[in-house]
Design a protein around this ligand. Structure first.
Ligand code: GAP
Length: 447
């Protein structure tokens, strides 16, 4: 198995149209990225899988899409204006800034192989609190009354809609509200490709439960979310749970466990699952003067909240790292993304063996037209067949169907498997059903 590095994954992502540095022609913008065609398709698959497991296949969940810019009082109540800070230190020598609590992962500007503070030349300031909220102004007048913020998490949009949801939809604890959307944080040390961004997309769900059931549901969601990542192809040995120590808990949390992934740079948070208690509903009730509680036939209480919170960009990076492989096949090097077929941007490539053979092209295009109605498919007649296979391997396409002489004679095609490289002969007429069936089957990575 190949040694995977973030650099290799970033290079492939750029070369094959998954991820580009943002505003590239102007020299980029620190830790901002744009997603190309295959990145967009893959991210949509990640969202869809989350949506399917969180909402579509459950009876106890409803959806929400709240605004990015909320009333600034939301952030006063949530505690973000005062406590959403990272400790920051400056180095007077190299003029770089670091997170004081993450110096072990940071690199000193003057000596790339050292960590800040490690050499006698390093001259670090005392740590000071740096608020991560992005500020903006509403309306034409720039004064303190017009200050607003880009949301640093989607969660607060859910809490402030608790009353709207419970009074308009048929919900009853335990139930959840789920949403996917962009969040913004002025991170001090973004980096490692799309791992830590200033603009990123979150997938969060707030699960409202009777207070006494909080710990039980917390355990449930921790396991549920661990299982989800593995079911979509992350190697079990690359996923672990890590409960937070009391001194690292966020200001709102009674308990948090992270699902961590073994990125090429070490074990790091993929998703956090927090027991937020009644903190958020209580704070918003106090600050807004609106009661935020569950009122049943014989009961009235402020629900406790369990929150699984993950990010599309970070999940994408984990899926890419886990899938990346290089191997030698018949004396030639191939790079392959062994993505779970449901996460892969393209499910099937349809290839006429000889791109100049009109009959093959006609049959291939007809099959492609049929398949694309059911799944993401690609047609390619350019270059030698080996080159076309390698291109599909690099974007992680699990299957290729090749139309050849025999197809014209007996209506069968070659089905090539990305992982095993095995080729089988199947009937053109049954190709669509067969692939749809395979897409539903469990898929396991090589350990
Ligand atoms: N509402 C709780 C919350 O936002 P978090 O642990 O700060 O918790 C949840 O964020 C998830 O969002 C993380 O596990 C990660 O997947 C993603 N995330 C957070 N900050 C990120 C950043 N700067 N860049 C990319 N993804 C980020």
């Amino acid at each position: 198995m190949a040694t995977v590095t973030i650099e290799k994954v970033a290079a492939l992502s750029r070369r094959r149209g998954f991820v580009y540095p943002s505003s590239d022609i102007y020299g980029g913008l620190g830790s901002a990225y744009d997603y190309g065609h295959y990145g967009v398709l893959m991210r949509q698959n990640i969202r869809n899988e989350w949506w399917r497991s969180m909402i579509q296949e459950r009876d106890d969940m409803v959806a929400l899409d709240s605004a990015i810019i909320l009333n600034p009082r939301v952030w006063e109540a949530s505690g973000h204006l005062t406590t959403f800070t990272d400790p920051l230190v400056d180095c007077r020598t190299c003029k770089l800034r670091f997170r004081a609590d993450d110096l072990d992962h940071a690199q000193c500007g003057r000596r790339p192989s050292k960590h800040p503070g490690e050499t006698p030349d390093c001259d670090l300031t005392e740590a000071r609190a740096f608020n991560l909220m992005f500020e903006t102004q509403i309306g034409p007048v720039r004064d303190s009354a017009s200050v607003a913020y880009l949301r640093p998490e989607t969660a607060q949009g859910i809490f402030v809609n608790f009353k709207n949801v419970t009074s308009s939809l048929r919900v009853k604890p335990p139930f959840g509200i789920a949403q996917i959307g962009k969040s913004f944080r002025n991170e001090i040390t973004p980096g490692n490709f799309i791992f830590r961004l200033r603009e990123f997309e979150q997938m969060e769900m707030e699960y409202f439960v009777p207070p006494a059931d909080g710990p039980k549901w917390h355990e449930y969601w921790i396991e549920e979310r661990r299982r989800w990542h593995i079911s979509l192809g992350l190697r079990e040995s690359h996923v672990r749970l890590r409960p937070h120590e009391p001194d690292e808990l966020s200001h709102y949390s009674l308990a948090t466990s992270d699902v961590e992934y073994l990125f090429p740079i070490g074990w790091l948070e993929l998703e956090g699952i927090a027991n937020r208690g009644d903190y958020d509903l209580r704070m918003h009730a106090e600050h807004s003067g609106t009661a935020l509680e569950w009122v049943g036939h014989e009961e009235r209480y402020v629900p406790h909240v369990i929150e699984p919170a993950g990010g599309v960009d970070r999940f994408m990076l984990a899926f890419l790292c886990d899938a990346y492989d290089e191997e030698e096949v018949a004396g030639r090097q191939r790079t392959v993304l062994r993505l779970h077929p449901r996460i892969a941007p393209v499910k099937v490539a349809v290839l006429p063996l000889i791109g100049k053979n009109e009959d093959m092209v006609t049959r291939a295009r007809a099959l492609y037209e049929e398949l694309r109605k059911a799944m993401a498919a690609e047609y390619d007649e350019d270059a030698a067949i080996g080159k076309r296979y390698r291109r599909q391997d690099e974007i992680g396409t699990p299957w290729a169907l090749t139309i050849d002489e025999q197809t014209l004679e007996d209506g069968t095609v070659t089905l090539r498997d990305r992982d095993t490289l095995e080729q089988e002969r199947i009937a053109v007429a049954g190709a669509r059903e067969l692939l749809l069936e395979r897409l539903q089957q469990p898929w396991s990575p090589r350990e």
